[in-house]
Design a binder for this molecule. Structure first.
Ligand SMILES: NC(=O)c1ccc[n+]([C@@H]2O[C@H](COP(=O)([O-])OP(=O)(O)OC[C@H]3O[C@@H](n4cnc5c(N)ncnc54)[C@H](OP(=O)(O)O)[C@@H]3O)[C@@H](O)[C@H]2O)c1
Length: 240
């Protein structure tokens, strides 16, 4: 069902790409996009792909964009499934006394500045006409309006910054590419290395392939009116 909607939504012969292809959700996106038959080619970028793409090194993003342009195919869909919540000795902060500027700087580098550089280098490759979309995975905990629990300072703030980058880039994009969509999407809680330590019993933890199928159903329905938005995996708008 989703495959048919995707094939109907995106002009045939286009290119899709996934950044963060080694991740739980990113890997499932690569598999599903290949299987959908909606795109002539699906490129999977990560720090271990060829060319490699490291969000902390703009030169690698520039080279990846060149590889995309060199395919000669029209770029129709970009999925940014990168992100950072814990690792390298950092855990989400429960209280302000745990706030560590090195941790916060890393969260901002991966969750906000890196995706902004993806927008800088990939949005210019979207076509001037016809459907195309840049979708970056944000998180509901990045919503300021929805924050009733506190904690997770660096993750929350870096995702809020990502949302602002998305909104701002969407305004600029609409000026010369009115058919293109740039938005932030919350995948819901998905079983992956990122969520594993925090996926408490009682939460609706979905396997990556289920979450990706839900998100692709939303992506197939996107219209230019959705650009600059913050949607969840059901297509519902989230508060900023
Ligand atoms: N899972 C959930 O429940 C959940 C909930 C809400 C939002 N999200 C968001 O969904 C997105 C994907 O999450 P996930 O659960 O799939 O996490 P994941 O399995 O940990 O995947 C994270 C991805 O980010 C990549 N990455 C990290 N640092 C990078 C860097 N410097 N350069 C390039 N890539 C880098 C990782 O690549 P390496 O393999 O090279 O490290 C990996 O591919 C994230 O933005 C996350 O915040 C997830």
């Amino acid at each position: 069902m989703t495959d048919a909607s995707l094939r109907a939504a995106y002009p045939a012969g286009g290119l899709a790409l996934v950044v963060g292809a080694t991740g739980g959700i990113g890997g499932a996106f690569v598999t599903a996009l290949h299987a959908s038959g909606a795109f002539a080619r699906v490129l999977a970028f990560s720090r271990s792909s060829a060319p490699a793409l490291d969000l902390t090194d703009e030169g690698t993003i520039r080279l990846a964009a060149k590889a995309v342009a060199d395919t000669g195919l029209t770029l129709r869909l970009v999925i940014d499934a990168t992100g950072f919540l814990h690792g390298s000795g950092f855990e989400p902060e429960k209280a302000l006394r745990q706030f560590d500027p090195t941790h916060a700087a890393h969260a901002f580098a991966i969750n906000a500045i890196g995706p902004a550089m993806l927008m800088k280098h990939f949005l210019p490759l979207l076509p001037r006409a016809g459907r195309s979309a840049f979708v970056t995975l944000s998180a509901k905990v990045g919503s300021i309006g929805d924050n009733s629990l506190g904690g997770w300072y660096s993750y929350r703030a870096s995702k809020a910054a990502l949302n602002q980058f998305v909104k701002t880039a969407a305004i600029e994009l609409a000026r010369n590419k009115p058919d293109a969509v740039c938005l932030a999407m919350h995948p819901g809680t998905v079983a992956s290395g990122l969520s594993q330590p925090f996926a408490k019993a009682g939460l609706d933890v979905r396997p990556p392939d289920v979450a990706v199928d839900q998100m692709l159903a939303v992506i197939a329905r996107l219209t230019p009116a959705d650009t600059g938005g913050f949607l969840d995996y059901r297509g519902d708008r989230l508060p900023w």
